[in-house]
Design a binder for this molecule. Structure first.
Ligand SMILES: NC(=O)c1ccc[n+]([C@@H]2O[C@H](COP(=O)([O-])OP(=O)(O)OC[C@H]3O[C@@H](n4cnc5c(N)ncnc54)[C@H](OP(=O)(O)O)[C@@H]3O)[C@@H](O)[C@H]2O)c1
Length: 289
């Protein structure tokens, strides 16, 4: 049995889709019972609702599993405590392999959601558990969050510079690599893997490639960050998330978010998906996508 936490999010769903073909039962930990029912329908063996902040819910989730993929939700101010609780639950359950969904460059202190993941990584080093740490770059799938504006206005508008550069990674590649790491037993113990695509693309490049694939000009626009903040707060985004995201935009403005695709190529035994391939697949989904 393999446990996936944060299972109803976009990462959890992608990882579950990659794990199921291996045939080993998957248990999903979700927040709400409605999500549990939905995941059972896609083939998850057991889906349980619980709160990752609650040690007894985590003990229940980790009980009787061989390996776990620990995903904490995005912009979670409790990520370190949740990581600590997950490690304790894994130790209580005698887990054989703890795999942690971290992020590329967790060393960046000015981005709290990165820095918190680094603290969880350090807890793992000292836990006595057998672990593997996955460090994905920003997902290509994030661009789909801007899709309605791209289609309606021909504008790719993000709150950082058009020149900021990224090594976007396809979440489906990340999920396939995670499934390999969990099933190639013993081969990935104590490894830390940076997972990036092979292209380094600015926002202007991203807009140009989107335009090529959809057959119309798409303009890259840097949104005003103060406007973005006003809008985010009016929509009820938490103070932690607003502050953290503003720090992230500031960092992206200065340094972008770039890594190297060699490790992911090695794990997948092929070249990682290019952004144009991802776009074509997303726009023309096959029934299994
Ligand atoms: N997006 C990227 O480009 C990227 C790149 C690298 C790493 N990451 C990391 O990937 C991770 C997952 O992101 P995501 O967007 O896939 O996940 P997500 O949608 O933010 O969260 C996953 C799930 O966790 C649930 N959840 C939240 N708090 C919970 C709690 N206390 N107990 C139980 N479940 C709880 C959420 O429930 P609800 O559905 O009720 O909200 C959601 O279904 C994040 O840590 C992020 O930093 C993201």
């Amino acid at each position: 049995m393999i446990l996936v936490t944060g299972a109803a999010g976009k990462t959890g769903r992608a990882v579950i889709k990659a794990l199921l073909p291996y045939g080993e039962p998957v248990r999903a930990l979700v927040r709400h019972t409605s999500q549990a029912e939905e995941l059972r329908r896609v083939g998850v063996h057991q889906a349980i609702a619980g709160d990752m902040r609650n040690p007894s819910d985590l003990n229940r989730a980790y009980s009787g599993v061989r390996a776990a993929y620990h995903i904490c939700s995005n912009m979670n101010p409790d990520e370190i405590q949740i990581g600590q609780n997950a490690i304790e639950a894994a130790k209580n359950a005698g887990l054989q392999h703890f795999v942690y969904h971290s992020v590329l460059h967790p060393q960046v202190q000015s981005m709290p959601h990165h820095w918190n993941k680094l603290q969880v990584e350090a807890l793992l080093f000292e836990s006595g558990l057998t672990y593997t740490i996955m460090q994905p770059a920003a997902y290509m799938q994030n661009v789909l969050g801007y899709w309605s504006k791209i289609q309606a206005e021909g504008v790719y508008a993000v709150p950082y510079s058009n020149e900021a550069r990224f090594s976007l990674v396809d979440l489906e590649d990340v999920a396939l690599a995670v499934a390999r790491v969990i099933h190639e037993s013993g081969q990935h113990d104590y490894a830390i893997y940076e997972l990036c695509g092979t292209q380094v693309l600015s926002n202007a490049d991203i807009a140009r490639l989107v335009g090529t694939v959809i057959g119309r000009f798409v303009n890259a626009v840097a949104l005003d960050q103060a406007e973005w903040e006003k809008n985010a707060r009016s929509q009820g985004m938490s103070d932690f998330a607003v502050t953290t995201l503003l720090n992230m935009f500031e960092y992206y403005d200065q340094f972008g978010f770039i890594g190297n695709g060699n490790v992911l190529s090695w794990l997948l035994r092929r070249t990682p998906t290019r952004f144009e391939e991802f776009l074509s697949r997303s726009l023309n989904p096959t029934p299994s996508n």
